[in-house]
Design a protein around this ligand. Structure first.
Ligand code: IPD
Length: 270
């Protein structure tokens, strides 16, 4: 069987991200159609419908591939890596979307035997399409992008996020406090995939979050790396696919991660 070209995988990721993202944008009037509501989070009917839109595009192009989506009813963790696995977050930033904030996107990555080889992040309301393949430089709306030149944390813009289960007395907030005292500015914009792409295009210098999920970061991780930055899963958290993650322009990476007290996070476990 011949290898599928990375460009073909990327074209499919873009098509699926645009199908899902444009569908969400066009159906915005349905934000009150809530499937599940939590104290600090929400799942809309549109989250599930957009995942279905993306899945249809992906599987009609590549019927034998598997799809791991945020809204999959059954997520099975397995050590056996599929040959090709698509990782989909149909609406990253659902709470923003539900409030009419423009920072939300559709994120789609494809992993070959566990390694991400292509990814697309599409933000319809901000009109940004980020792409990367493992053998090519990242782009935004077709133009090459690069991480910032910022050398030190005190001059850096750090983006972060808090997942729905985090109580302000817990370790993630102590880390937030530490970033706030050491960086030039900390921002919480509410769509991790778009935020990490802002690290890729140099508008921000770093991203950190404990308790984020693989589908939030899979495409953006490759995009930041192929823009010259560094990204890493610091450790795996329970349940499956939940991680502690950092990304940066590379230059401030050690300064950023040195503020993360991993042992306090591991004790907390999320
Ligand atoms: C969320 C957003 C948010 C991050 C949360 C994620 P979702 O994704 O990316 O910025 O802080 O941890 O869960 O739930 O809107 O897809």
């Amino acid at each position: 069987m011949s290898e599928i070209a990375y460009d073909d995988l990327l074209a499919c990721a873009v098509e699926a991200a645009q199908a899902a993202g444009n569908y969400a944008r066009d159906q915005k009037h349905r934000v009150d159609d809530v499937k599940v509501s939590f104290e600090h989070d929400i799942k809309l009917a549109l989250d599930f419908e957009c995942q279905q839109k993306a899945r249809e595009v992906l599987l009609s192009a590549f019927p034998g591939h598997t799809v791991l989506g945020e809204e999959d009813p059954e997520i099975v963790d397995t050590d056996e890596m599929p040959e090709h696995q698509w990782v989909v977050d149909p609406i990253d930033g659902t709470v923003n979307f539900s409030h009419g904030m423009p920072f939300w996107c559709c994120s789609i990555a494809v992993r070959k035997k566990g390694e991400t080889v292509a990814g697309a992040v599409y933000g319809p309301d901000v009109n940004e399409l980020y792409t990367a393949t493992v053998d090519r430089k990242s782009t935004c709306n077709g133009e090459p992008i690069s991480v910032s030149e910022t050398q030190t944390l005190d001059k850096a813009m750090i983006m972060t996020g808090v997942d729905q289960f985090v109580d302000p007395s817990l370790p993630p907030f102590a880390i937030f406090k530490s970033f706030a005292s050491n960086a030039q500015k900390v921002r919480v914009m509410g769509s991790a995939a778009l935020d990490i792409c802002r690290v890729a295009n140099g508008a921000a210098d770093g991203y950190f979050e404990a308790g984020i999920y693989l589908w939030d970061v899979a495409a953006a991780q490759l995009i930041v790396e192929q823009a010259g930055g560094k990204a890493e899963i610091l450790y795996d958290m329970p349940p499956p696919y939940r991680i502690c993650f950092a990304a940066s322009n590379g230059r401030i990476h050690d300064q950023l991660t040195s503020l993360v007290d991993i042992s306090s996070l591991q004790e907390w476990k999320g």
